[in-house]
Design a protein around this ligand. Structure first.
Ligand SMILES: [Zn+2]
Length: 565
């Protein structure tokens, strides 16, 4: 969707002219009762002083026309100046008038309609984006500037009392959950039967320029569908997908009938995408995705952008497209304004495009990562390899305090991966480093009050800590000792495991009683404490740390420079 420049420029034409009509409006098309939502009527509006007086209004005072039903969304079309300032306000059952709101020009176009930039626009018909009007029963419309004629308002009731759909679970990563047309209650009689398809080459992002405060986005999707088919007379809703502020993805233009378990992907059986109506001259070969709302001044919601990224990742992955690549001189993922003179998808949304491309790529790469194998470590230090983890070499090092052994002299108690190798720690403090994991020292051959129970590498893998059962910590390489953050560290006992904090300047210790002890920058979130007889029977055995954006850092190391621009 779009508008042209809506600043209050050159008020050269009409003084404030209030369109009024006391008499019942002429209804061009009527589909009021009964049947599925939405209801939509189109009514012509007078545009000249003579028209208004002829219909019983006057040019000085506001007169409103009544709607035939509570109106949830309204759209306007007109001839003349595409940048005309036309406003409306409305009142619902409580009779309170809303603020004046402008009708935003929509630049979302079907393949067979034309919004020209030439001087001869007088014969062209222009359409606004839809306005959310709550439950409006009365309207006023005024033209602030711009010569317009043959105005027509579309009044839509897309509200429904039936409950909103349950959101289905998406398929395998990265396919998102999609609210199907049946779920958002699309009236399938409104659309044409035989859509056209073409291979998907790119993704064009839009905003709908509708309200950002929308308590019923499903109704707005229905309203857009009715507006596109009945007022704009397109064969179906223009967009291929729509996304609301909570991150719900709605199936847009109908592509085919789906089998029950099939994902509604907007494509035919050969994975050609259905051709939508959203970006003039670029509908064929593109997938049009619209975020509900107006993002010229407001920033899209995080949930909306996250859903968009997931949707884009899924589509790019299916079609094997690089989301950061250029194709036929245009980005694979772009905003409507990249191919048309429009503000769509809004300044704040458009500014997010580089981040969206990057995040889309990350999701795709993350979904392609897999563990190539694993090793099972036996108490004796023997290693069983599975998958491609077939070979293992003891690191070649000659530290004075711990000459290399093929196995430790006491039982192995802990193992940790490095990026491309691993360490084993033995009860007596010996450390064995394998493959590319480096040896940074050990407690082998030194006096220990209590046996070693855990080894924890630093995030850089350039060092590690050893933890003893009594909470004694020994640091090697770039590992540092940190101050306890939990008060009762003097009671440390039965420590069974240790993990570095994500920041790397601290660590967690876990006791078999389930007590968590935090050191340095390790954030404390709670603990099983004090120990009771109950959890002595059910000891803690492992600590799993939750990671923020865990794939991001991983992927940076997997990225190949020559693949991306
Ligand atoms: Zn657009």
């Amino acid at each position: 969707m779009s508008q042209t420049d809506l600043s209050r420029r050159n008020l050269l034409t009409l003084s404030v002219l209030v369109i009024a009509s006391r008499s019942a409006p002429t209804v061009l098309s009527r589909r009021l009762l009964p049947g599925p939502f939405p209801r939509l009527v189109r009514m012509p509006l007078p545009t000249s002083a003579a028209d208004i007086q002829a219909q019983g209004g006057d040019t000085q005072n506001a007169h409103q026309f009544r709607a035939p039903f509570p109106v949830s969304h309204a759209g306007l079309s007109w001839h003349g100046a595409p940048d005309a300032d036309i406003e409306t306000r409305y009142a619902g059952p409580n009779k309170k008038w809303s603020q004046w709101e402008p009708f935003w020009l929509s630049a979302d176009m079907s393949v067979d309609t034309n919004l020209t930039n030439s001087k001869d626009t007088s014969s062209s018909r222009f359409f606004s984006a839809l306005l959310r009007t709550e439950q409006a029963l009365e309207f006023q419309v005024r033209v602030l500037s711009g010569l317009v004629s043959r105005m027509e308002i579309s009044l839509i009731d897309a509200q429904s009392n039936s409950p909103s759909p349950a959101i289905p679970k998406g398929d395998a990563l990265p396919a998102p959950s999609i609210i199907t047309r049946a779920m958002w209650k699309a009236d399938e009689s409104l659309r044409a039967k035989n859509p056209s398809h073409a291979p998907i080459e790119r993704f064009i992002l839009h905003h709908t320029a509708t309200s950002n405060k929308d308590n019923n986005p499903e109704a707005t999707v229905r309203a857009i569908y009715a507006y596109h088919t009945e007022t704009r007379e397109w064969s179906d809703i223009g967009y291929n997908f729509l996304i609301d502020a909570k991150g719900h993805v709605y199936e847009g233009r109908w592509a085919r009938d789906y089998k029950k378990e099939e994902l509604h992907d907007g494509e035919d059986q050969t994975h050609q995408g259905v051709i939508g109506a959203h970006a003039k001259n670029h509908n064929t070969g593109s997938c049009g995705i619209a975020l509900l709302g107006n993002f010229e001044k407001a920033v899209p919601s995080a949930a909306g952008i996250a859903a968009l990224n997931t949707l884009l990742a899924w589509k790019n992955a299916v079609h094997k497209l690089n989301p950061r690549s250029i194709h036929k001189n245009l980005p694979r993922i772009m905003g409507h304004k990249d191919v048309g003179s429009t503000l769509c998808p809004g300044k704040r949304f458009f500014a997010l495009l580089p981040a969206i491309r990057k995040e889309t790529e990350k999701i795709i790469l993350a979904s392609q990562l897999e563990n190539p194998g694993y090793r099972v470590i036996l108490r004796s230090g023997k290693v069983q390899n599975f998958g491609t983890a077939a070979t293992t070499t003891l690191a070649t090092h000659t530290p004075q305090d711990n000459p290399p052994h093929s196995s430790a002299s006491t039982p192995i108690v802990s193992a940790m991966e490095s990026a491309t190798g691993y360490w084993l720690a033995a009860k007596n403090g010996e450390v064995l480093a394998f493959d590319d994991a480096k040896f940074y020292g050990s407690m082998g051959g030194k006096h220990l009050n209590k046996p070693i129970t855990a080894i924890a590498p630093t995030p850089t893998n350039k060092g590690y800590w050893l933890a003893a059962q009594d909470g004694g910590i020994f640091a090697f390489g770039d590992a540092r000792l940190h101050k306890a953050r939990t008060a009762d560290h003097h009671t440390l006992s039965r420590i069974i495991t240790m993990r570095a904090s994500i920041g790397g300047r601290g660590y967690y210790l876990l006791s078999s009683e389930g007590e968590i002890h935090t050191f340095g920058d390790a954030k404390f979130h709670g603990s099983l404490t004090p120990p009771t007889d109950e959890n002595r029977d059910d000891p803690a055995v492992a600590l799993v740390l939750l990671l923020p954006q865990s794939v991001s850092s991983l992927l940076d190391s997997h990225r190949k420079n020559d693949t991306f621009r």
